[in-house]
Design a protein around this ligand. Structure first.
Ligand code: SF4
Length: 282
């Protein structure tokens, strides 16, 4: 017997323009040439990566780049550090640069700060591709931290410039800024959080409250996925995080409930539609 769930997909969820741009660029070349190398996962979503792999996308790591010669390599929305551009030039590699314009602008701002001899702190996830690219603008000199507690035992300069990875939480960024000022530092804070993510907080909070439960669809590696899921969870206790329809748990839902589906900026609409179908078939 069917559970008769009433399922609605959030129309504002799904790819941000940066991801749309990178995937469109990849698909165009794949159609013409049959294959294309991409440095790192094109998007933090395994299902979408698998779809593009079938079309000929070849994901490579940074350690593979030096052995590649005279090929085309796509740079994804997260951007790259100057080192990658240098290796590509040495090897005759044509970079298809799909770095998101928002990330490129942030890279330029950090580079300018660095050239002006400012001390730089970046609030971002250690090892995240975007953060590696940002730190690369400063020859690795910028201090990256993902939690204010990491700064407790570090001797900081009395005056510095604070930047943020584009997908961090704005609330956290401003509370860090205040805490650092309270500790007596002169902080020049640049809120460089992408509005494609932060503008979703309010919409998602409103969306999450309208349903009995929320199914949030996202890859586990997506930074904004974690932030946006927290928004759902704090507005609707019955929110669950899944990466695909196979992770849906029957026991979580009750007959006739209203279910809202939403996702990260890296979640494809087709995947949310698959989840909707699976819920409707329960
Ligand atoms: S979240 Fe913002 S910065 Fe990141 S790829 Fe999308 S549009 Fe660009």
């Amino acid at each position: 017997m069917s559970m008769n769930l009433q399922v609605t997909i959030d129309k504002d969820s799904g790819f941000c323009f940066g991801v749309v741009y990178a995937i469109d660029m990849a698909e165009e070349i794949l159609e013409e040439e049959g294959y294309l190398y991409c440095l790192g996962d094109i998007v933090h979503n395994d299902e979408e990566v698998a779809r593009l792999r079938k079309k000929g996308l070849r994901i490579i790591g940074h350690s593979d780049l030096p052995s590649l010669k005279n090929e085309k390599v796509l740079i994804r929305a997260h951007g790259e550090s100057p080192e990658t551009y240098r290796i590509a030039m040495d090897n005759g590699i044509t970079l298809i640069d799909a770095s998101c314009p928002v990330v490129l602008k942030l890279q330029n701002r950090i580079k300018t700060s660095y050239d002006e001899k400012e001390k730089i702190l970046i609030f971002g996830k250690h090892g995240h591709a975007e953060v590696v690219g940002l730190q690369g603008q400063t020859h690795g000199e910028a201090l990256v931290f993902q939690d204010i507690a990491e700064l407790d035992d570090v001797e900081l300069p009395s005056k510095f410039t604070l930047y943020s990875q584009t997908t961090k939480s704005t609330d956290k960024f401003y509370s860090i800024k205040e805490e650092l000022s309270r500790r007596g530092y002169e902080v020049k804070a640049n809120d460089t959080i992408c509005r494609q993510v932060s503008n979703r907080y309010e919409d998602l909070a409103t969306f999450a409250k309208q349903f009995d439960c929320i199914v949030f669809v996202s890859g586990k590696k997506s930074s904004n996925g974690k932030v946006l899921f927290d928004v759902c969870k704090s507005n609707n206790e019955r929110s669950c995080f899944i990466s695909g329809p196979e992770e849906l748990e029957l026991g979580f839902f009750h007959d006739g409930e209203k279910i809202g589906i939403c996702g990260a900026t890296s979640t494809p609409m087709w995947l949310m539609e698959d989840v909707k179908q699976a819920l409707e078939a329960m």
